[in-house]
Design a protein around this ligand. Structure first.
Ligand code: BGP
Length: 468
């Protein structure tokens, strides 16, 4: 079996993680520009001031992507480059940069797949309440419209938000992302609702512009599985899936919130301030979503919580490895002896990927799916000047194989984006955790070189995955 001709094989990045040029050409300050400089917040104080300098080296980078044969490049637009203070004046230099980037992709026939929000919020909006404030919702809708108008003639694939559960969860529960607030479920649920409203309004506006492209959202895809068939653990797993999947996928794809969660929010007084008009737009926009983007790295292995001591979370506790209790104390994720883990403690499970896709189809039907991120964070070995990232090849190959099974079963997957196109800044793990097909040499002028995985992926694309 081959991947169909219209199945996009690409790779991804995000503005803050690659661009650098944090204060150039009229760009406003983002929440990450500020947050990453607070001592202790990031790995060894790393930040995206320079990142891998994609802002200045995008031509070289796109050329390398073309050499790999990428059919599509998923990247994000930095909102503070377009509207520096969030909702005021437009910065022409910001528009120019993304025009150039898009045109450079198109020069090589690379399809630009654009994320509007991959976490770098204009700091001015953060200071006015960030995602808990409805001003940010209006500001996002304005910003999205500016992008549709400026780039929509050439960009036909739009993702509104990347991983709402991560920037809201780490922002308002774990305190590990901006605005660094801990244990505030009320704010957390408000922020998520505001994001869904902003998403719905952007979808409505995009469709009314009749640009004939597609629009959707990207979610974390981390299906929860019970560690055994103990009914208490199974109930805890149901709870995890309701809070981590249904809460995020239902409003977007079904146009309403899951009853199980809503009931508990009312009991706990965590219900967001939601107006009739907001709930209506969430409802009306749902059928207009063209696809859902899934970022899959690992599943969750879940059991009921038996940790009664509430401990202060460290940065490491927020980097995605299992071993934490849920914020509401109902369940915990566990590391299991019979599973395989990366150096950063993330489970490697292509079978969990396939099983999760089946669950998603059962719950949401035939919605079109793009895998918008999947990849292996590693420290790559260099032998005789070649970057021999064999474990990454194995990881991606196994996940692509799982996808082939999914497609054969009739699951509507239309594309795959490896994370990441090139080595980049990991939000909390610095430059040490590499993901790219393209190596970036931090000791040597940020020089680029295609890794073994990049050469391998080129062949996969040429053969449309036939030999996987
Ligand atoms: C996703 C983000 C990406 C990227 C990736 C890997 O959650 O969308 O931006 O960071 O995870 O994460 P990490 O860098 O923590 O390994």
């Amino acid at each position: 079996m081959k991947f169909a001709k219209d199945f996009l094989l690409g790779a991804a990045s995000a503005s803050y993680q690659v661009e650098g040029a944090w204060n150039e050409d009229g760009k406003g300050i983002s929440n990450w520009d500020v947050f990453s400089k607070i001592p202790g917040k990031t790995f060894e104080g790393t930040n995206g001031d320079v990142a891998v300098d994609h802002y200045h080296r995008y031509k070289e980078d796109i050329k390398l992507m073309a050499e790999i044969g990428l059919e599509s490049y998923r990247f994000s637009i930095a909102w503070p480059r377009i509207i520096p203070d969030g909702d005021g004046e437009i910065n022409p230099k910001g528009i120019e940069f993304y025009n150039n980037l898009i045109d450079e992709c198109l020069k090589y026939g690379i399809v630009p797949f654009v994320t509007l929000y991959h976490w770098d919020l204009p700091q001015n909006l953060e200071e006015c309440g960030g995602w808990t404030s409805k001003r940010t919702v209006d500001a996002f809708v304005k910003y999205a419209n500016v992008c549709f108008e400026a780039f929509g003639d050439r960009v036909k694939h739009w993702i509104t938000f990347n991983e709402t559960i991560v920037f809201c969860g780490l922002g308002y529960l774990a305190g590990a992302h901006p605005p660094g607030i801990k244990n505030d479920p009320k704010k957390y649920f408000q922020a998520t609702h505001n994001v869904f409203t902003a998403h719905a309004r952007a979808v409505e506006d995009y469709k009314s512009l009749r640009q004939f492209g597609e629009i959707g959202i990207t979610h974390v895809f981390s299906p929860a599985f019970s560690i055994d068939d103990n009914p208490e653990n199974e109930q805890a797993t149901y709870h995890a899936n309701q809070y981590n999947t249904a809460w995020y996928y239902d409003p977007v794809l079904k146009g309403q919130y899951p009853e199980y969660v809503v009931k508990q929010l009312i009991e706990k007084d965590w219900t967001p301030d939601w107006t009739e008009a907001e709930l209506n737009v969430i409802k009306s926009a749902a059928p207009k979503n063209d696809f859902v983007g899934l970022n899959y790295y690992q599943p969750q292995r879940v059991m009921k919580n038996d940790v009664f001591e509430v401990k202060e979370k460290s940065r490491e506790d927020s980097t995605g490895a299992p071993g934490n209790a849920s914020f509401d104390g109902v369940y915990k994720t566990v590391k299991m002896d019979d599973k395989v883990y990366t150096k950063w403690g993330w489970e490697i499970s292509p079978s969990g990927f396939l099983e999760g896709l089946r669950m998603l189809k059962a719950d949401y039907g035939d919605i079109k799916i793009y895998i918008t991120e999947n990849g292996l964070g590693d420290e790559d070995p260099i032998i005789d000047d070649e970057i021999v990232d064999v474990p990454r090849i194995k990881y991606i190959e196994e996940h692509l194989r799982a996808l082939k099974y999914a497609v054969a079963e009739g699951i509507n997957v239309k594309g795959y984006y490896a994370w990441s196109a090139m080595d980049l800044l990991s939000w909390l793990n610095g430059y040490k955790k590499q993901y790219g097909f393209i190596y970036v040499d931090h000791k040597n002028n940020l020089n680029r070189k295609i890794k073994l995985s990049g050469h391998w992926y080129k062949k996969v694309i040429e053969e449309r995955g036939e030999n996987i």
